[in-house]
Design a protein around this ligand. Structure first.
Ligand code: OAA
Ligand code: MG
Length: 234
């Protein structure tokens, strides 16, 4: 079992920058994905417990072994306010890795959300508590708590590598992960892209179509043929 207690987080101004974007723009995750090479999102089978989850926070990871929840319980204890717990349960949707009691622990630590590559239970209670959970499913069966698992090690979650201290941003479109070392650059690029999007919106509101604005006819005449291109180079 590996338990890493201290996590290197992005500077507070960067974390606040992402929170500000989430406050001011609706589809921040889409702009972040665009800036990460049209990637960076968790898979679409990650479902929210309720609508309207909009958050940015830093990652604490729990990597489970079998159905054991011990790593999740320990991760909650190591969290700082507004952290997001990412549970790598290897996509095991037939076992619960989170429940009402763990939610109440997490709320006592002011954890912002749980993102689980697996399932959880006590769904009605957690909905009433309004604690944000994203998961692959909901199921009553839960594993033992027998001391197995790892905390704050690199993990995967829903198709993405995730490291402790990365940024997670969640809105109505889904979840994106920005690696800690790219957090500042992606924040700046995303701010700019959202401003550009505002400009495009103005043109659309004035009656334009995207096809006109990007000259789609010309683009489609230039269909790319890699064999022709390869021959040109001989
Ligand atoms: O107790 C467990 O193992 C999970 C659970 O149901 C809870 O956290 O309430
Ligand atoms: Mg329970």
């Amino acid at each position: 079992m590996t338990v890493i207690e201290s996590v290197k987080r992005p500077q507070q101004t960067i974390v606040e920058g992402y929170k500000e974007l989430v406050k001011n723009y609706e589809s921040v995750t889409c702009a972040i994905s665009d800036n990460m090479g049209r990637a960076g999102a968790m898979t679409a089978d990650m479902k929210p417990l309720f609508e309207g989850i909009r958050l940015a926070g830093t990652v604490i990871t729990a990597k489970t072994v079998g159905g054991d929840l011990s790593a999740v319980i320990k991760a909650v204890d190591l969290a700082q306010p507004e952290d997001i717990i990412v549970v790598d349960a290897q996509g095991n949707a037939n076992s619960a890795f989170w429940g009402e009691n763990i939610t109440m622990s997490a709320m006592n630590k002011r954890v912002a959300a749980a993102v689980i590559d697996g399932s959880f239970r006590d769904v009605e209670e957690i909905r009433k508590l309004k604690f944000p959970v994203f998961s692959k499913g909901i199921v009553p069966n839960v594993g033992a708590i027998a001391g197995y698992g790892h905390v704050n090690v690199p993990v995967q979650c829903a198709g993405l590598p995730v490291h402790p201290g990365d940024m997670i941003i969640i809105d109505g479109n889904g979840i994106v992960v920005v690696p800690n070392e790219e957090a500042e650059e992606i924040l700046n690029k995303t701010r700019s892209l959202l401003e550009v999007e505002d400009g495009v919106q103005e043109k659309l509101k004035a009656g334009a179509t995207i096809g006109e604005l990007i000259d789609i006819d010309q683009l489609m005449q230039n269909g790319f043929n890699y064999q022709e291109r390869a021959l040109e180079k001989r």
